[in-house]
Design a binder for this molecule. Structure first.
Ligand code: FCB
Length: 452
């Protein structure tokens, strides 16, 4: 058995990483506009002001996606572009931009998958406490209502938030991402609870204002813990860590279950409640009902993982990586097994159709003398990962895959130095060049995954 016939083959991006035009079209500022200006915040001193200038290359970029043979495109809406103050006044020019994008995609037979929040918190809301303020559930709900009202006649699939682990963990706890805060465990847990409530409110509002039945999902992330072998004890060892809560409370947010058990089970995991005892926010039954508002699909961004085996006493042991272990240009390990065991474990625990909402590799791409980009390393990476995902398809209900990313872009705190795209972007003049991997992916899509 291979990939299902109607498997969704796509690629992804996010607003701030590609759009540019940060001071145009009536857009308000987001926390990233503020953060990227702090000296030292971005490794190469850059910011997303120009991004890939996708805002002005819309037709060309959608045509590129069509050339890649994409069946679907996952993009995010910049909250501060449509609601410059975060609430209240609608910026019609901003809404029109996304309406135009959706129209272009549909004209090219590409199915839009919209993410409501890929980290562009309006600065005006940050000044009112941002994710630390419980009122954000209502602000986010109102924003979701607007998007559903305006887009759901043509868009069927929505994700609420992307990678809460990152925008809370890196944004509010370690300070590496916008808004660059370093809050206490107590405040971090409050922010996380607010995110989950906001997710639930958005699910309700998306449905309430929908013009057709919608498929609604959530797109968290986490390194996968996978078994070194298929021995049942190794599989159990891997699962126990994958769904466990880290002992190191400074890294509390790097886990699966704290962010997903409440959404699917309506309850926080016991292990976490024990570990965080004394630091938890006030939680009501209504909160948990709101958070667990039923959803239709489970998105997961998966880039890598760690192998685990059961030790002699049955306790899980990490398998050390050998010197020179393969890594991508961001230094992330190449562990294709993550794309088999991750979906399998997630489906087994939560029972919802799985979409891999992001997966890909940064490579040191350069334009060769022949004018092309021979990114064999990316092709090898994708081929190895997708071969594992193919296995997962016979073990779990996996419905789609979105390569990260449709084009090179602003890689957050790493700036423009790291290239993840299927299309190369020359930042001097905005020129796009399809990389070899884009043609490889096109052929793979055409074969329904059979050419692997
Ligand atoms: C993920 C983000 C995405 C991109 C990739 C490389 O954490 O969701 O925006 O930066 O990593």
């Amino acid at each position: 058995m291979g990939f299902p016939k109607d498997f969704v083959w796509g690629a992804a991006s996010s607003a701030y990483q590609v759009e540019g035009a940060q001071k145009e079209g009536g857009k308000g500022d987001s926390v990233w506009n503020m953060f990227a200006r702090i000296p030292g915040a971005i490794a190469d001193g850059s910011n997303g002001d120009l991004g890939c200038d996708h805002y002005h290359h819309l037709e060309e970029d959608v045509a590129l996606m069509a050339q890649m043979g994409l069946k679907a495109y996952r993009f995010s809406i910049d909250w501060s572009r449509v609601l410059p103050e975060g609430t209240g006044r609608v910026n019609e020019e901003g809404v029109d931009f996304y309406v135009r994008l959706v129209d272009l995609l549909l004209e090219h037979g590409i199915e839009p998958y919209v993410t409501l929040y890929h980290w562009e918190l309006p600065l005006a809301l940050h000044r009112r406490g941002g994710w630390l303020n419980p009122e954000i559930a209502d602000w986010f709900g109102d924003y979701a209502a607007l998007i559903s009202e305006r887009l759901s006649s043509r868009v069927k699939s929505f994700f609420t938030v992307n990678e809460p682990q990152c925008f809370i963990g890196l944004g509010y706890v370690s300070g590496e991402h916008a808004p660059g805060l370093r809050v206490s465990l107590e405040d971090g847990l409050q922010a996380a609870h607010n995110v989950l409530r906001a997710h639930g409110r958005a699910v309700q509002q998306l449905r309430l204002h929908a013009k057709q039945p919608l498929t609604i999902g959530y797109a968290p992330t986490c390194g996968v813990i996978y078994p070194e072998t298929e021995r049942p004890e190794d599989i159990e060892a891997a699962k126990s860590l994958y769904f466990g809560i880290p002992e190191d409370t400074s890294r509390w947010f790097w886990n699966v279950s704290w962010w997903s058990d409440p959404v699917f089970f309506g309850a926080y995991p016991e292990e976490g409640l024990r570990r965080f005892h004394g630091f938890m926010p006030r939680i009501t039954k209504e909160d948990m009902r709101l958070i667990s508002e039923p959803i239709d699909m489970y998105g997961q961004n998966i880039y890598n993982g760690m192998a685990v085996r059961a030790g002699e006493d049955g306790k899980p042991l990490f398998v050390p990586r050998y010197p020179g272990f393969p890594a991508t240009d961001t230094g992330w390990p190449v562990t294709p097994e993550a794309l088999r065991w991750g979906p399998r474990f997630l489906y087994e625990r939560y029972g919802k159709p799985i979409y891999i909402t992001e997966n890909g590799a940064a490579c040191a791409d350069a334009v060769s003398a022949d004018g092309r980009i021979h990114d064999q390393a990316r092709i090898d990476f994708l081929a190895a990962y997708l071969a594992q995902l193919k296995k997962a398809c016979s073990e779990a209900d996996v419905r789609g895959y979105f390569q990260w990313s449709v084009m090179d872009n602003f890689e957050w705190a790493q700036g423009f130095a790291k290239r993840f795209g299927l299309a190369y972007v020359d930042y001097r003049d905005g020129r796009r060049i399809l990389k070899d991997s884009a043609f490889w992916y096109r052929d793979l899509i055409q074969s329904g995954g059979e050419s692997l």
